[in-house]
Design a protein around this ligand. Structure first.
Ligand code: FES
Ligand SMILES: [Fe+2]
Length: 422
């Protein structure tokens, strides 16, 4: 039995056919290992990529009602995203504009969730060591019952939108300084059922422009906004975040790494690949469905349609379910890796059981990738690790690294010579 909806290309752009070439003509490339191993490179990426680009944070239905919010903290940034009274989203840097304290403490939110009381006394914290600890497994979710957040240091109050609404002993400040004061904005959008943020706030490029027409069209076919997130897992990867991305944007590893799970099911050499201005995609047919894939050219229905939205939002889309992957850098040598499972709505019990079985199977696939990442992590500091060699079909990797370099080293020579679509 199937879910109610099977995603399909419909009248959309056809990429695949027996006469279409599969791989952009880039050829073999090499890249110096520094791009993965240098802490200085990671610092540049933090500043030039992660502070200026759009990435997904969570499913938007996790904060569906006014007053619901989440605190997102990664690579030294802390952000509050809150559902406003008019159901729009606002996001702001979780930094008090008085003297810089964190306004909304994830630990405190966790305590309030536990006791149901706003401003739960710190006496409820079990041990002093717990203070300052954070739940390191992703955003902390809460519901702001009073409509305002209170900075724990001197009591500045913030509205759901990050505007300072009250200041204790206000008379001691210059009124003009407090007028309109707000926590710095983070740009936020609710698109495709995901919360997307861009830390640069008002300087952010519009999300649609950033994604570009190809990704917008592809995502319209998949209708992720109507899908249901049934599970989320988080893993720790002992390697650079880009090496984790690399593992998703080539299928060369499938035969060896995944020999026990999916190795012989995918027609990996028939994967159709396309490089966009900063993103990339490929469509992987199954061995069983290869003829239909080539004859009918419905990549949405008949392949794994796979998208990297630069820098780190990855969507592995099949017609009835989608896995979204997000490698989140911790430092040059470690990354977190979030996995979300989305399924089409309206499926019956058999459909859900089928999805459960797939998801269980996927955990084994993920273990194989984690194992490979561990082998990479083991060589990160080795003097024997000096460069990567990418074959002619691993072209999404040099393209991705080229985009990375265009942010971290603008104006300097890139890695890639070849054709790239807008
Ligand atoms: S630092 Fe927030 S009120 Fe003083
Ligand atoms: Fe893999």
């Amino acid at each position: 039995m199937a879910g109610e909806r099977i995603a399909s290309r419909g009248d959309g752009t056809r990429y695949v056919g027996r006469d279409e070439s599969l791989v952009p003509e880039i050829g073999m490339t090499k890249v110096n290992a520094d791009i993965y191993t240098s802490p200085e490179q990671w610092e540049r990426e933090r500043e030039t990529i992660f502070r200026t680009t759009w990435f997904v944070v969570e499913r938007s239905d996790k904060i569906a009602d006014p007053g619901q919010f989440l605190v997102w903290e990664e690579f030294g940034e802390t952000v509050v995203i809150a559902r406003q009274a008019d159901w729009s989203l606002a996001a702001w840097h979780n930094v008090c504009q008085h003297r810089g304290a964190r306004v909304v403490d994830p630990l405190r939110v966790t305590l309030e969730n536990r006791t149901g009381q706003p401003h739960t006394p710190l006496a409820a914290v079990d041990a002093p060591a717990e203070l300052g600890e954070r739940d390191d497994t992703g955003p902390v979710f809460g519901a702001c019952k009073t409509g305002e957040f209170v900075c724990p240091w001197h009591g500045f109050r913030y509205g759901l939108d990050g505007l300072v609404t009250a200041v204790p002993e206000r008379i001691d400040f210059d009124a003009a300084e407090l007028d309109g004061l707000r926590a710095p904005k983070v740009a936020v959008r609710d698109y495709a059922g995901w919360i997307w943020i861009n830390l640069s706030g008002d300087d952010a490029q519009a999300l649609e422009e950033y994604l570009g027409p190809v990704i917008l069209e592809e995502f319209a076919h998949h209708q992720m906004e109507n899908m249901i997130c049934v599970d989320k897992r988080e893993y720790l990867m002992p390697t650079n975040w880009k090496a984790v991305v690399d593992g998703f944007i080539e299928v060369y590893h499938v035969a060896e790494t995944h020999r026990e799970t999916i190795g012989d099911r995918l027609a990996s050499r028939d994967t159709y690949q396309r490089l966009l201005d900063r993103h990339s995609m490929y469509f992987i047919p199954s061995v069983a469905g290869l003829d239909q894939f080539l004859d009918e050219g419905d990549h949405i229905r008949d392949s794994i349609s796979h998208y990297l939205v630069f820098p780190n939002s990855i969507f592995n889309c099949q017609s009835t379910h989608i896995q979204a992957f997000q490698p989140v850098p911790i430092d040059a040598y470690t990354a977190k890796y979030n996995v979300f499972l989305l399924v089409q709505p309206g499926g019956d019990e058999d459909f859900m059981a089928e999805q459960d079985a797939r998801w269980d199977h996927f955990q084994n696939v993920a273990k194989e990738d984690l194992y490979a990442a561990t082998q990479l992590g083991a060589t990160m500091r080795s003097m024997g690790y000096t460069r990567n060699l990418m074959n002619a079909r691993e072209v999404r990797i040099p393209h991705f690294l080229d985009v990375v370099r265009s942010y971290t080293h603008p104006g300097e020579p890139g890695i890639l010579q070849g054709t790239v679509d807008g």
